[in-house]
Ligand binder design. Sequence first.
Ligand SMILES: Cc1ncc(COP(=O)(O)O)c(C=O)c1O
Length: 397
Amino acid sequence: MAISKKVKSTLYGSSWVRRMFEAGDELKRVYGEKNVYDFSLGNPDLEPPPSLQKALRELAEHPIPGMHRYMANNGYPEARQAIADYIKEESGIPFTENHIVMTAGAAGGLNVVFKSILDKGEEVIVPAPYFMEFKFYIDNNGARIRPVETCKDFSLNLDEIENAIGEKTKAVLINSPNNPTGVIYSGESLERLGQLLKRKSQQLGRTIYLVSDEAYRRIVYDGIKLPICFHYYPHTIRVTSHSKDLSLAGERIGYIAVNPFCEDASELMAALIFSTRVLGFVNAPALMQRLVAPLQRNSVHIEAYAEKRDLFYNALISFGYDIVKPQGAFYLFPKTPIEDDLEFVQELQAKRILTVPGRGFGKPGYFRIAYAVERRIIEAALPGFKEVAGRYKREGD
Ligand SMILES: Cc1ncc(COP(=O)(O)O)c(C=O)c1O
């Protein structure tokens, strides 16, 4: 094989999510699709809002001349303006279209950000557990992920972050609501993080960026308001998408927003635009930019996810699973009743239940359940979860 040695070395074992998803395909072939309960992939099951379909029809029937052509690498000014207006209203910070870059989803956005800020040998601190693709996005630039422990409830552990910051630190990457835990970092913890980064940046004599992955920013439950990352630290970059909140994962649309108070904002914007071009995205999908611009305040029916969370969480707790109750996203991240998370996930697999071992998120001893699936699949899988947990029930539990 003549493929890159580096890619070859990471091909196998690069994604437990994909591995479980593929194992599921095999089970589905043997037992039939209906008889396999697949919680491996965070693929939104809800359809986009009807207003999106309507706008799509309208555009197809009344095409705008030039709507399929190249554009500026940062995207259509109207789309960037609509997003800037929304963030300005939400944050009270004077965002303009010049602080926004349209991206091919959050994944595209993160790659653009990392190419723009990272040099070889530098480090990005990431609280664990974390979305495993982060590791590869950082590695794409010759830099290294530096995972740090979170607290028992998966909240930010500021001491761990402080201890990890050093000469090589270029950024801290947070993801809230979090994949895989569903935890939302509190405003208070972000305030402390902001203070820490200010102090450390001063000590180092250069900026440490805070990159805030908000791919699940509108999938939030129990009336909780997601703290606005820009309020806590000037050198903050938000990366998000409409993959989850508008169920457009396959359409690859998102954006990067740079805090106007970031000291080198215009140079950083120029770098982001350049990176968008040379990474080969050139620009975010044109049609989607037009469609999502007016939908900045819309989302899929979040209550439907909240109902599934409640159903799943309450049932699993009653079976004896130990879980931090998620406040957002569409994942549960229970402790495995035995130490070996892979073995436990395989036991569930024998019941035709597909989940992902915690080691796939840098946190062995746990497993992830993605519940953006039809309610009937959750209901059908519950007896299997109960039976497997029952094997490990101790006296008095
Ligand atoms: C934490 C996190 N960040 C980024 C992404 C990528 O999202 P997108 O589809 O918008 O590229 C995902 C996708 O699951 C995710 O879970």
